[in-house]
Design a protein around this ligand. Structure first.
Ligand SMILES: C[S@@+](CC[C@H](N)C(=O)[O-])C[C@H]1O[C@@H](n2cnc3c(N)ncnc32)[C@H](O)[C@@H]1O
Length: 428
């Protein structure tokens, strides 16, 4: 397929997503199944157009002056990929699968800086109702922060130090263009792919198959390191999910001590077994959900990590459809769940032990406000120093500012996904 056909396919898929409220990955997969002639390069380019269009849905629509799927896909080709409108029109005219031409009026509009006149939420590419949530956290820089959530993400990798160091992994993966991440001492990064290119499929690499590396955003790696788990300690990962942070904790503990990996959702926990095996992790007990699943460890844990269910607003670069699906009602439900998990998980912390609360959201309501509400209701807990935790876990790495004493990472600030982490100590 040539570019006009790829853009036409992206328009069809964006229409499908819009009409049937479908997840992007499902719409792309179904399109692939019904267009088997399309090769890997076609699928990569079409997928990128669809994701780029969704990441910057409002600003592309504004700059094109048309909010239709045509406007978004053609807008992504021109404004994100750098295609010339006149050259695109010539290619569209020669291709019977090509989309409708770009009008003279739109071409003139594209030559002007119309975005400067757009409302803030359009420049930021976020739903209007989310504005207060972002402004509360970032003040005057909220538009820049939100706009950075509309960029393409890098592919980040965590080196499993149970199976070797970062230098070895760099040499094994050199042909993929990996570079060390700036903050995490165990991170590697493949920069964002350009235009129609995709990241390499890291999961087919021998290093991945043999458990020497995991795919994990640098922000997530930092959160796991800042929990500060040490060899020999007793640690509960209360919202373990598929085990991304469990694996990182196990590596930080050198496979010594004990991690309990729990999640209230059995199906989310399911992949953890294979991942533990592949990574050669031997200090994790998986506890499936059951009424008394954790009763034997009440008040016994040195550290409890609550990687809470959240809106995922910090990961909008990777899941742009989630940005447009989020509603005020679903956010309100998340806040209730966050209060519940924090309260329930806190029972397991021993006196003097640490409770770490993490989200991949940038909304104050899900982050600092939940911590404040918890501290109000639990006077036996107090904030623990993030600056000290950083200095210990990441010696030699310049510490960022810690707003309200907590860690706040974002694509704009740290080049990572958005993450929040608060550390609380149970008083003795
Ligand atoms: C952000 S995800 C965890 C991701 C995981 N820690 C990782 O690093 O891959 C949040 C998890 O919290 C779990 N969860 C939600 N409510 C819970 C509850 N009341 N108790 C325990 N886990 C809960 C969800 O099933 C989900 O897997």
């Amino acid at each position: 397929m040539r570019l006009p056909g790829r853009i036409a396919a992206a328009i069809e898929i964006l229409d499908d997503i819009q009409a049937r409220h479908r997840p992007v990955s499902e719409a792309l997969r179904d399109w692939g199944l019904s267009h088997r002639f399309a090769g890997a390069g076609d699928r990569a380019a079409i997928g990128n157009l669809v994701y780029d269009a969704l990441r910057r849905k409002l600003s592309l629509g504004w700059r094109m002056g048309v909010e239709s799927s045509w406007g978004l896909a053609v807008g992504a080709a021109v404004l994100e990929w750098g295609e010339e409108p006149a050259a695109l029109n010539a290619a569209f005219a020669e291709d019977r699968h090509g989309p409708a031409a770009i009008s003279e009026e739109t071409i003139l509009r594209l030559g002007e800086d119309t975005l400067a006149e757009a409302p803030d939420h359009v420049r930021a590419d976020v739903p209007e109702w989310c504005v207060a949530n972002l402004r509360d956290v970032f003040g005057d820089s909220w538009v820049e922060e939100a706009a950075a959530l509309g960029g393409r993400p890098p592919l980040d990798i965590r080196v499993n130090t149970l199976k070797g160091g970062r230098a070895k992994a760099v040499s094994q993966l050199a042909r993929l263009g990996v570079e060390p991440t700036p903050l995490s001492p165990v991170g590697l990064r493949i920069p964002p792919a350009e235009a129609g290119r995709r990241h390499p499929n890291v999961q087919v690499e021998e290093a991945f198959q043999r458990g020497r590396i995991e795919i994990q955003d640098e922000g997530s790696q930092l959160c796991a390191l800042l929990v500060g788990a040490e060899p020999g300690e007793q640690v509960l990962d209360f919202c373990a999910g598929a085990g991304g942070k469990t694996l990182a904790l196990a590596a930080a503990m050198g496979n010594r001590g004990q991690i309990f990996a729990y999640d209230s959702d059995r199906s989310r926990l399911a992949p953890i077994y294979d991942r533990l095996k592949r990574a050669d992790v031997r200090n994790v007990q998986v506890r499936s959900p059951a009424p008394d699943a954790l009763e034997d460890i009440v008040e016994r844990m040195d550290r409890v990590l609550v990687d809470a269910p959240c809106s995922g607003s910090g990961t909008w670069r990777r899941r742009p459809d989630a940005k447009w699906k989020l509603t005020a009602d679903s956010l309100a439900r998340r806040l209730e769940e966050q209060d519940t998990v924090l309260r329930d998980a806190s029972r397991f912390v021993r006196p003097g032990g640490l409770l770490a609360y993490a989200t991949c959201s940038l909304f104050a309501a899900e982050d600092g406000e939940r911590v404040e509400a918890f501290l109000m209701a639990h006077p036996d807990f107090e904030p623990a120093s993030m600056a000290e935790a950083w200095a210990k876990a990441l010696p030699g790495v310049a510490a960022p500012a810690f707003p309200g004493g907590n860690l706040l990472l974002s694509p704009h600030r740290s080049g990572t996904d958005g993450f929040f982490l608060a550390l609380l100590r149970r008083k003795v």
